[in-house]
Design a protein around this ligand. Structure first.
Ligand code: ZN
Length: 304
């Protein structure tokens, strides 16, 4: 099996959102992991064309979770790829076949920016969607993919392992990282992040011992052990930081600014180009990450 990255050029910017194209060695069958948002649909179809893949040859579309940057174009893609079956976590399933609730919830976060960012979300016909559970194997592109339940960024998150090469397609569970950088940013948007579950999923990923991590935001990395260690540490550290800020009575805007200052300093300390911070923002901006962490911290307190 060959694996190609299709850069979806989100907002005309390279290396923000990826779709992964899996090709059988004889070129007769193909699969996709992540559709990206509807606003990137043309880029996705151009990518397929560039790799000489006919729409009819794509048998499977796997999505890691149903957030609009990962799976927003699913309905449109189902219309374009007549032979593709869609694979999703069982909790994500209802939203793939009827995205109206998802769109409502995303509108609360993105407001008027919805259309420009994500475009229209259409339903995928029910009879073309299959639910996957932990450990389930699906034949695709001349090989298999194994689904792994990896909650934390979202409850309904799957990572997909291609066991032959040890390639793990991590969606958002392994964070955001840009090519040429070592820095890993935890994507912690509202409404469902769960840091405890996430740390469990990071351990789950470690147990899979992947040879490479393929991040939707963005690219392929081979230093899985170091990468996952950094992500886990930062996730816990940022949560403690936000809790501390809340204790001091800080408001959302202040916490967001402080978190950005902290995150940018951490980037610099790792030798990353601070100009890259804005590029990371396109996959997860500080106001949004702050909202998610604040919500989680507040809920956790209420439970105690
Ligand atoms: Zn994402």
């Amino acid at each position: 099996m060959k694996i190609e990255i299709i850069d979806l050029d989100f907002k005309n910017t390279q290396q923000v959102i990826a779709s992964f194209l899996l090709l059988s060695d004889d070129g007769s069958s193909a699969a996709i992991i992540e559709t990206g948002p509807t606003t990137c649909l043309e880029r996705l179809t151009t990518g397929l064309k560039d790799h000489g893949v006919a729409h009819e040859d794509i048998g499977q579309v796997f999505v890691t979770h149903i957030h609009l940057d990962h799976a927003g174009a699913s309905g449109h893609v189902s219309e374009l790829l007549p032979n593709a079956t869609f694979y999703v976590h069982e909790v994500g399933y209802p939203h793939l076949v009827d995205p109206s609730k998802l769109v409502k919830s995303a509108t609360r976060i993105y407001g008027e920016g919805m259309d420009e960012l994500w475009g229209e979300a259409r339903p995928v016909p029910e009879d073309r969607v299959v639910v996957l559970k932990e450990g389930e194997e699906t034949e695709a592109a001349g090989g298999v993919l194994v689904a792994h339940d990896t909650p934390g960024h979202a409850y309904h998150h799957l990572a997909y392992l291609e066991p032959d090469s040890g390639s793990l397609f991590t969606g958002d569970v392994a964070g955001i990282r840009l090519p040429g950088q070592s820095y890993v940013r935890p994507p912690t948007p509202p409404p469902e992040i769960d840091v405890e579950a996430w740390v469990g999923s990071i351990n789950h990923v470690r147990q899979l011992d992947p040879a490479s991590l393929w991040l939707t935001h963005f690219g392929r990395y081979e230093d899985a052990g170091r990468h996952l260690g950094e992500l886990e540490q930062r996730l816990q550290d940022w949560l403690l930081f936000v809790e501390g800020q809340l204790d001091e009575g800080a408001g959302r805007e202040e916490i967001s600014e402080e978190l950005k200052a902290k995150g940018d300093a951490e980037m610099l300390a790792e030798g990353a180009d601070p100009a890259q911070s804005e590029h990371y923002d396109m996959a997860g901006s500080y106001p949004m990450l702050t909202d998610g962490l604040m919500r989680y911290a507040t809920r956790r307190r209420e439970k105690r």
